[in-house]
Design a protein around this ligand. Structure first.
Ligand SMILES: Nc1ncnc2c1ncn2[C@@H]1O[C@H](COP(=O)(O)OP(=O)(O)OP(=O)(O)O)[C@@H](O)[C@H]1O
Ligand SMILES: [Mg+2]
Length: 209
C-alpha cells in the first residue's frame, strides 16, 4: 500500500471508530429519563457556578443546549443575572467556522438556526472577537481521561479552540457515563481541561500545554 493510501485508510478508520462510539453514547444519553436529565443538569450547573475560574471570568462562551444534552438554560440565566457577558456561537456552514456574538436578552436575540439550535440573530447582537473569551463551555458527546473528546463530527470546536486565548479554561458539562478511559483521536482534535458531571469534576489527566 502507498503511504497516501495508508494515511487515507487510517483516517477512514479513525472516522468510523469515532462514529461508532458517538452513536452508542448518544443513544444512551437519549435514553436518560427527562427527570434524571433535569436533576443532573441542576447539579452540574451548581458545580460550574462554584468553580473559581468560572466565577473570575467576565466574558464566557456557552452553547444553547439541544437534544439530550446537559441543560444550560439555568446557567445562561445566572450568567446574565450575575452581570457577566454572555457569548454564543453562530454556525457559519460555508466557512465551517463558529462566529461569536454577545447576547444580552435570549428572549429576543435568539432564533432556531442550524440543527435547530437556538443561535444569536446577527442583526440584533454585537459580533465578538475570539480573543474576548475568558472561559468556554465546550459541547460534546464522549470525553476521555486525558482530555480528548468526541463532538458531533463537524470539527467546529476543533477549529475554534486554537483561536481562543491559550489561557482560556476549556470546560465541558456531561453526564458521568459520557466519560471513558480513552477515545480515538487524530491530529486536529483539541483537548479540554475539565469535565463537570453530576458526580463531580474531572480534570484531564495530562495537561494541555
Ligand atoms: N483544524 C482543523 N483543520 C481542518 N480540518 C479539521 C480541523 N479540525 C477538524 N477538522 C476536520 O473536521 C472533521 C470532523 O472532525 P471530528 O470528527 O474530530 O469532529 P468533532 O470533534 O466530533 O466535532 P466538533 O469539534 O464540532 O465537536 C474531520 O474530518 C477533521 O479532519
Ligand atoms: Mg474532534
Amino acid at each position: 500500500m502507498s503511504m497516501l493510501a495508508e494515511n487515507e485508510s487510517a483516517a477512514r478508520s479513525l472516522h468510523q471508530r469515532k462514529a461508532l462510539l458517538r452513536a452508542a453514547v448518544l443513544a444512551e444519553r437519549d435514553g436518560l429519563p427527562l427527570p434524571v436529565r433535569k436533576e443532573h443538569s441542576r447539579a452540574i450547573v451548581a458545580t460550574i457556578t462554584s468553580l473559581p475560574d468560572f466565577r473570575g471570568a467576565e466574558r464566557v462562551l456557552l452553547t444553547s443546549s439541544f437534544g439530550s444534552e446537559v441543560e444550560t438554560g439555568d446557567l445562561i440565566a445566572q450568567i446574565l443575572a450575575g452581570g457577566k457577558t454572555l457569548l454564543l456561537p453562530l454556525i457559519n456552514k460555508e466557512s465551517r467556522m463558529l462566529e461569536l456574538y454577545e447576547v444580552a436578552d435570549p428572549e429576543s436575540e435568539l432564533a432556531r438556526g442550524t440543527y435547530g439550535i437556538a443561535e444569536p440573530r446577527p442583526e440584533r447582537c454585537r459580533r465578538a472577537s475570539n480573543g474576548e473569551v475568558e472561559w468556554v463551555l465546550v459541547p460534546g458527546v464522549v470525553y476521555a481521561d486525558d482530555g480528548f473528546r468526541i463532538g458531533y463530527g463537524g470539527g467546529y470546536y476543533d477549529r475554534l479552540l486554537p483561536l481562543l486565548p491559550s489561557a482560556t479554561p476549556r470546560v465541558s458539562a456531561a453526564f458521568r457515563f459520557q466519560l471513558r478511559p480513552e477515545v480515538p483521536h487524530g491530529a486536529h482534535d483539541q483537548k479540554i481541561d475539565i469535565v463537570v458531571t453530576e458526580s463531580g469534576v474531572y480534570r484531564a489527566r495530562s495537561s494541555r500545554v
